[in-house]
Design a protein around this ligand. Structure first.
Ligand code: FAD
Ligand code: SF4
Length: 491
């Protein structure tokens, strides 16, 4: 793909408008599960790459939680050397096909991109996706490192972005790696949570297959804490990485929450995505609500409300206790939802789920909220307005107000120290209170983002390698603080 082209002047680059991501027509996509964003063409990607100013001070790298060398891969792309761009990107980011689709770039690299000071920032996420998709389709043309086998073994518990990234790093360092996954399929939230229309499952599967080809073994249907305990696994492996996420649903604790037609977002999305209920031929039961209320304002809520729309809801409504500015979901997902006809009820909180004599949901009693002074999260605190209750008619409710740590694994390992919210405590390099047992991702941070989980997996792999070589603690930088707002924050 190398192409000779005269370099543009800075003025010419500044005159190029940010590309618009081609996407499926909103009316059409609201009734199918195909991916909404269609990806850039080669020509569009080259054009967008020209917009990068190659700043001497690379703000965008500082804005990326895993410090991807953004200007370097964009420069290779701009010069038409997509293979070099792909090698550069993959050296920093193990799952760029995923992050190019789901990272909240608008609050990370694109927020601080200097190009954004006079116009719109470089579409870093779109370019990342373009290069990553090219890499997945041209795997034979990429650099592949080979490692000397070390005869050391590592057990990884959980196959989400943290576990997959750690497994990839460790196998490339020559260790023997086995992932234990509770579900029948690997990928964590990428496979059971984020819907097909945002992240096609064959893309995640291709990443899992790539790891398997590199030698990673995957044991599905293995629930650690039940099938085996953590201390049992510790005896079998030289080191362990715990990356079990934080998937236990939080409920509203209002009357009527046990009525038929109320789902946790976790169950709803798992049935649809992992168990295939989005496909009409699947035999996984799922309710097709006509009027669906989804409680929450994060990505999980957006994914649920847009899924309900695609499953036939004529009214699919977000019920959120704060205002539009406080919505924690990615801006792009909010815009996509609006274009698909999703309704938003802001400054409203449920107080009761109402049902009929057969126990089926018929509505959600809500109360209006005013917004007071900012709370600890920096967002304005919602306060109920007395006497403002009203009923929102609906036949299905999805609760998407957050998740927390599942105590199943920790209960089987009394030596593991957890904090007051049940999340694992680690040192600066990711080692828990059990020697040789490391942890990262949502089970340490609480619900966060894909890229932060991947960063934890990468750093923990370096620390595990040092532990296995007898050089622990490593000289690497300690773990990134969760300074970026959680993409999955909901409340
Ligand atoms: P997970 O992805 O949760 O993976 C943990 C894995 O461990 C799972 O496969 C689970 O089955 C397995 N497991 C759990 N317990 C056990 C056990 N005892 N034994 C064996 N295996 C076990 N982030 C973004 O950056 N952008 C987004 O757009 C975005 N959208 C989201 C949408 C949804 C619906 C959800 C739920 C989250 C979203 N997030 C998003 C957040 C992001 O997906 C998570 O922060 C990330 O997946 C955490 O990665 P992880 O590897 O720590 O855990
Ligand atoms: Fe390019 Fe923006 Fe990074 Fe500057 S901050 S190097 S313009 S991507």
């Amino acid at each position: 793909m190398n192409e000779e082209r005269p370099p543009l002047t800075k003025k010419e680059r500044m005159a190029i408008d940010r590309v618009v991501m081609p996407e499926q027509d909103p009316e059409l996509r609201a009734i199918n599960f195909r991916e909404v964003n269609q990806g850039l063409t080669y020509q569009l990607a080259l054009l967008e790459a020209q917009r990068c100013l190659e700043c001497p001070k690379e703000y965008c790298i500082a804005g990326c939680p895993v410090s991807v060398n953004i200007p370097r891969f964009i420069r290779f792309l701009r010069d038409g050397d997509v293979a070099a761009a792909a090698n550069s990107l993959l050296a920093d980011n193990a799952l760029p096909c995923v992050t190019g689709r789901v990272c909240p770039q608008e609050t990370q690299c694109e927020l601080v991109c200097l190009r954004g000071k006079t116009g719109e920032p470089v579409a870093i996420g779109y370019l990342e996706r373009y290069v990553a998709d090219w890499a997945q389709a041209h795997a034979d043309e990429l650099e592949h490192a080979t490692a000397t086998r070390t005869r050391k073994s590592v057990g990884v518990i959980g196959s989400g972005p943290a576990g997959l990234t750690a497994a990839g790093e460790l196998v490339h360092r020559g260790h023997d790696v086995t992932i234990f996954e509770a579900f029948h399929a690997a990928g964590g939230v990428l496979i059971y949570g984020i819907p097909e229309f945002r992240l096609p499952k064959d893309i995640v599967q291709a990443e899992v297959d790539r790891l398997k080809e590199a030698g990673v073994k995957i044991e599905p249907n293995a629930i650690i804490g039940k099938t085996f305990t953590l201390p049992e696994l510790r005896e079998r492996f030289d080191a362990i990485f715990v990356a079990v996420g934080a998937g236990l649903p939080v409920f509203m604790n209002v009357p009527g929450e046990n009525l038929k037609g109320v789902y946790s977002a976790n169950e709803y999305l798992t049935r649809v995505n992992l168990m295939g209920a989005w496909n009409e031929e699947s035999d996984t039961p799922i309710l097709h609500g006509r009027r669906v209320a989804v409680v929450g304002g994060g990505n999980v809520a957006m994914d649920s409300v847009r899924t309900a729309r695609r499953l036939g809801a004529s009214e699919s409504t977000i019920v959120y206790r704060r205002g539009r500015e406080e919505l924690p979901a990615r801006i792009e997902e909010v815009h996509h939802a609006e274009a698909e006809g999703i309704e938003f009820k802001f400054q409203v909180a449920p107080v009761e789920v109402i049902g009929d004599e057969q126990g089926w949901v018929t509505g959600l009693r809500c109360i209006e909220m005013s917004l007071g002074e900012p709370d600890a999260s920096g967002r304005r605190r919602p306060e109920p307005i007395p006497g403002s209750e009203f009923e929102l008619p609906c036949d299905m409710v999805v609760v998407a107000i957050g998740t927390r740590a599942n105590p199943l694994l920790t209960a089987s390992a009394p030596d593991l120290v957890v904090n007051e919210r049940g999340y694992l405590q680690t040192d600066a390099h990711g080692m828990t209170s059990m020697p040789g047992v490391f942890a990262g991702g949502d089970i340490v941070r609480g619900a966060a983002t894909v890229i932060l989980a991947m960063g934890d997996g990468k750093r923990a792999a370096g620390a595990i390698d040092a532990y296995l070589n007898g050089t622990y603690p490593p000289e690497e930088k300690p773990a990134v603080e969760p300074r970026h707002r959680s993409a999955a924050a909901t409340a």
